[in-house]
Write a new protein. Sequence first.
Length: 366
Amino acid sequence: MTTNLLNLDATGLNDFFAQMGEKPFRARQVLRWLHRAGEEDFDAMSDIAKSLRVKLKEKACILAPALLSDHAAADGTHKFLCDVGNGNAVETVFIPEEDRGTLCVSTQAGCALDCAFCSTGKQGFNRNLTVAEIVGQLWLANRALGFVAREERLISNVVLMGMGEPLANYENVLPALRLMLDDNAYGLSRRRVTVSTSGIVPAIDRLGQDCPVALAVSLHAPNNALRDRLVPINRKYPLAVLMAACRRYLAVAPRDFITFEYVMLDQVNDRDCDAQELLKLTRDVPCKFNLIPFNPFPHSGFRRSSATRVRRFAEILMTGGIVTTTRRTRGEDIDAACGQLAGQVLDRTNRVTRSRESVPIVEMTP
């Protein structure tokens, strides 16, 4: 049985080469060919000894998810559909900005957390993605966007905000993150890699110890009663426990704030009193808020807050001293906007998939 090298971070690759009697520098060479150059042909790795290339062809493979489609929007957004086998497909979105290029990556096929406003949760959970399937989305996007040919880095930021709860797939997410940060692989800054979570507190603490990167918490409610309804994981890790975990994380985080994501639901969590309650909840947690206009899906039972209501909500937070951003829809013409991922694509299990990610572009400071 061959080993898929995309499943291995630097430590795993070192171990694999040691088992073949090869020195660690050979692992570093192959790591650079794999991730910096996006190479999938061992014969093209010109500074690797021919005898080693023969061994690699016998014992290893380079297998990323198959790229099923690449749709480009008028605003430059790309939506990639990736085949992860057994009838499952996930989507990855590249969002270009003047000062950065952000890739939104999925970590699970489906999601088990069943947040009330999330289409993915309503479709159920299939399985965790492997390391190769997570980092393979970055590997594929670099190739599809012409990074290898142009020798320029288009993807400067990665957000794990696509399908699934990243911290529920910790054992695969951790080595994928390490590859994203590795100077011999993608060399991204810890400040430019963001993990989004609904609030799995023990895993937040583990991430802080193992690989602290930027953290975004899907908050969506100012009190336990409402969050229990909207984000069921809150029943296990209520807000006081979650806020304490955020404070602990800030002690080791590469950024000096936590990002709180907050989907705006008409007459559910968007009242003035909700904003005031958020100020009290987060007063001891340095943070910024991303307000997300809700994109309805069939039978959701929720409506999008009006633009006027979103502005008023943001004003209250800003007056309270919190940096607040409002996300504007990107890639809507290819169903790549927040809440629209895979909205028109049925994978082979007939599940409709989506993502929570779009990029905040309107930043309002107090």
